[in-house]
Design a protein around this ligand. Structure first.
Ligand code: GCO
Length: 477
């Protein structure tokens, strides 16, 4: 079983088809709707993240990040993979961005590597790091695409981890220094900003479960990191708004659709508790609703240890949009002896739906349900699906890569997003995770999420059938 299920869900071609040319093949997988159904203001895009694609981990003055350290630590990553080279985007960005533009993609979501810009996390700036992102942004714009920048997508500078990382309250100041620097530097070119990528994921996987960098375990560590990341989420929003004129500022959340194990009050209560744990800890403080202590009394005891007078006010920020990232659904069964959550995750294998290569249940309605939940918060002005996609094994045949399941997955999930829009929900965009195959954190390179296939031996890129479908769909075909 894949170790990230707990959080992320909660995340064919027939015989002769491979002989057909790509265009014909993709036409056979047409969706029952077109781009026009989403309206002219809809934001379409693809997403990536610095550590997952850039490589060049120690080049041109870049400092070490917690993911460099973690991936170089024995036993942490499947297949002993590291992000040392990844997709080598650091050197290949011009061609990669040109390919992105050829796929008709209007919006390029990517993240900045904090330790490339500030090798020690604070203090001395690395001019080559600053310059690299200028080049990526300029090239994106030159090709007629809009940059959507995530300020922090998990790769904290190791120098800051050595001082306690997110568990240290000083992280709020460290992040403010970094966010001020990048928004002042790039703010005249970049209008769309996301402060954090999935705080629930990096805080819990890295500080509660120990499966991701920095590999810490314990509820006290988790709550300290959660509170500081939550403070940073709002502070980052304020910094973007102060430094960038006409900014469109958001932050992204991993949102898992949680279904009760049975339609009984006890099991429904368990589902509500897990929903609070997985989905409400970061959004609700930002909306001024505080932490969901009613469902999670144990959280209150721990948060009380780190919260300071005035914090509740500072946790609030009126984001222009919330980035929602739903991949699957989760079912939890009430089991009283399990500490804190009093529940056990139910394996999706038994539910009869297909699983992705990550072991996540394919459940398109999950995205509709989570959109509905977030839309129900009056303070959420707009929702953008800043990530959605799937890992399935690809069939590489010369210059073609057949991945009918990925296309189907995207079409089905997107259909549910359209359903939400047509019902009047405030959803305004969809970004595929991911533009190209990349380093899937603790899972290494095996699960492939890309619209573009990457041969990690040769760095050759091949557009998959799903990429051809997305290209044609975006062209209005
Ligand atoms: C995350 C991410 C991506 C993942 C993707 C697939 O939330 O984990 O933003 O980095 O690669 O979600 O798991």
């Amino acid at each position: 079983m894949n170790r990230r299920n707990f959080l992320k869900t909660a995340g064919a071609a027939g015989a002769g088809l491979f002989l057909m040319p790509n265009t014909l093949y993709s036409a056979l997988q047409n969706s029952p709707y077109t781009r026009a159904d989403f309206g002219p203001d809809w934001q379409w895009g693809v997403a990536t993240a610095a550590y997952q694609i850039e490589g060049a981990w120690n080049e041109d003055g870049k400092g070490e990040s917690i993911w460099d350290r973690f991936s170089h630590t024995k036993g942490k990553i499947k297949g002993k993979d590291t992000g040392d080279v990844a997709c080598d985007f650091y050197h290949r960005y011009p061609q990669d961005l040109e390919l992105m533009a050829r796929l008709n993609i209007p919006n390029n979501r990517f993240s900045l590597s904090w330790s490339r810009i500030l090798p020690e996390g604070t203090g001395k700036v690395n001019p080559k790091g600053i310059d690299f992102y200028h080049k990526v942004i300029d090239k994106t714009l030159e090709l007629g695409m809009e940059p959507w920048v995530t300020i922090f997508h998990w790769d904290l500078p190791q120098a800051l981890q050595d001082k306690g990382g997110w568990m240290n309250r000083e992280s709020i100041g460290w992040f403010s220094e970094y966010a001020n620097l990048v928004t002042r530097e790039y703010g005249d070119k970049v209008k769309n900003w996301m402060v954090l990528n999935e705080p629930m994921a990096f805080v819990s996987l890295g500080h509660l479960l120990g499966w991701h960098a920095p590999g810490k375990k314990g509820f006290g560590k988790f709550t300290a990191a959660a509170h500081h990341a939550s403070m940073v989420q709002a502070e980052g929003g304020r910094i973007v708004r102060a430094n960038v004129s006409n900014a469109n500022v958001g932050t992204t959340q991993s949102v898992s659709f949680v279904d009760p194990y049975k339609d009984k009050p006890g099991q429904q209560k368990t589902a509500r508790r897990l929903d609070a744990m997985l989905n409400r800890i970061f959004i609700e403080p930002s909306l001024g609703l505080g932490y969901p202590f009613e469902e999670l009394p144990y959280l209150q005891k721990k948060i009380d240890k780190v919260i300071q007078p005035g914090d509740l006010d500072k946790l609030k920020f009126d984001f222009d949009f919330i980035g929602l990232q739903t991949y699957s659904r989760e079912v939890f069964r009430h089991v009283p002896i399990v500490p804190v959550i009093h529940a056990l995750r139910q394996s999706p294998k038994k539910r009869g739906h297909e699983l992705t290569e990550m072991g996540w249940e394919v459940y398109p309605e999950a995205i509709y349900q989570t959109l509905k939940k977030f839309n129900a918060y009056p303070g959420v002005k707009k929702i953008i699906v800043t990530e959605n996609g799937a890992a399935f094994p690809d069939k590489v045949e010369g210059d073609q890569v057949h991945d009918a399941k990925r296309t189907q997955f995207i079409q089905d999930y997107l259909g549910q997003v359209l359903r939400a829009k047509q019902e009047g929900m405030r959803v305004g965009g969809y970004f595929v995770w991911s533009f190209m195959d990349n380093f899937e954190w603790a899972e290494g390179y095996k699960p492939r999420f890309g619209l573009v296939h990457v041969d990690f031996e040769t760095q050759k890129r091949t557009v998959k059938d799903s990429g051809i479908w997305y290209r044609d769909f975006l062209a209005g075909k």
